[in-house]
Design a protein around this ligand. Structure first.
Ligand SMILES: Cc1cc2nc3c(=O)[nH]c(=O)nc-3n(C[C@H](O)[C@H](O)[C@H](O)COP(=O)(O)OP(=O)(O)OC[C@H]3O[C@@H](n4cnc5c(N)ncnc54)[C@H](O)[C@@H]3O)c2cc1C
Ligand code: FES
Length: 261
């Protein structure tokens, strides 16, 4: 983990309210593992002390990128920044996904909205190709479909309004796939909490291993403030774990969801 001032290479609108930011970070880029995140201080912001966490999307040479959605003052300020300007980042942070071993289970990736960003490096570094299930509310929420196809992965799209792919939730085609006769699959998921909970439940019912990247609000990002804790099984009971340092990726069998507490 390094704290560095990095320079913006590009910061471009992708679709609707989604942007792609590329920064030059020669010391950070080679250390990044799939599912890890960067904690970004947006220097032009008034209360710039509070950092914002973003999954690391792509790594190319001495650069890395994030894919972000403008939702509030931090991301709106970030969207106004231009190439040549500087950001402070702490990265790479967190415990990411387990990259499949050669000949291991076929990976099935499940992503909702900006959750796609956390999945790309995993797909790129996985020795075997699998299927990416991607869901969103509308067509504009479906990100990076082309990038995954270019890696040779099959992409199955769902939108809630039916404007692209199958109409409905991302768990529908996932369930259909798991009901097919094949064995030896492993799920990896990143997206909104209700989606993660649904994927965890499906994985349990079909006895399929699953890793979930939990989306919790974060403050310090380095294990000090305890803003980001979730409950994780420990023997017959549970204990709090910090998603910023012990996650964000957890084994689905270990996560204790709200309704189960
Ligand atoms: C490990 C991790 C990885 C993330 N990766 C990405 C990514 O790749 N791309 C991306 O666009 N966003 C990602 N996020 C969410 C991102 O950090 C927030 O959207 C961002 O901090 C909002 O900052 P803001 O100042 O614009 O919004 P604020 O003004 O702080 O808040 C605006 C709205 O966004 C909501 N919000 C804030 N944080 C989160 C969160 N963690 N999850 C859901 N809603 C939130 C607030 O509740 C509020 O409704 C990630 C979050 C985590 C914890
Ligand atoms: S965000 Fe501070 S402990 Fe995790």
């Amino acid at each position: 983990m390094l704290e560095q001032i990095v320079q913006i290479v590009s910061n471009e609108r992708s679709t609707d309210s989604y942007y792609r930011l590329v920064v030059r970070a020669p010391q950070i880029a080679p250390r990044i593992q799939p599912g890890q995140f960067a904690h970004v201080r947006i220097l032009p912001m008034k209360d710039a002390l509070l950092r914002r966490p973003f999954s690391i999307f792509q790594v190319e040479g001495d650069t890395f990128s994030i894919l972000y959605k403008t939702v509030g003052k931090g991301t709106v300020a970030l969207a106004r920044m231009q190439s040549g300007e500087e950001l402070s980042v702490i990265a790479p942070l967190g415990h990411g996904f387990t990259v499949p071993q050669p000949g291991a289970e076929t990976p099935l990736l499940v992503a909702g909205g900006y959750g796609m960003a956390a999945m790309y490096l995993l797909a790129r570094r996985s020795p075997q190709k699998g299927i990416v299930f991607v869901g969103g509310r509308r067509r504009v929420d479906i990100l990076c479909e082309r990038e995954f196809q270019d890696l040779g992965w099959e992409v199955r799209v769902t939108t809630e309004d039916g404007s692209h792919g199958e109409k409905g939730l991302v768990t529908q085609p996932l369930l259909a796939e798991l009901k097919s006769a094949q064995r030896g699959r492993k799920l990896f998921a990143c997206g909104p909490t209700p989606m993660l909970q649904a994927v965890g439940k499906i994985a349990g019912e079909h006895d399929v291993p699953a890793e979930l990247s939990m989306d919790e609000h974060m403050c310090c990002g380095v294990g000090v403030c305890l803003t980001c804790v979730i409950r994780v099984r420990s023997g017959d009971t549970w204990e709090y774990r910090r998603t910023c340092t012990e996650g964000p990726v957890f084994d689905a069998r270990d996560v204790v969801w709200e309704e189960a507490r």
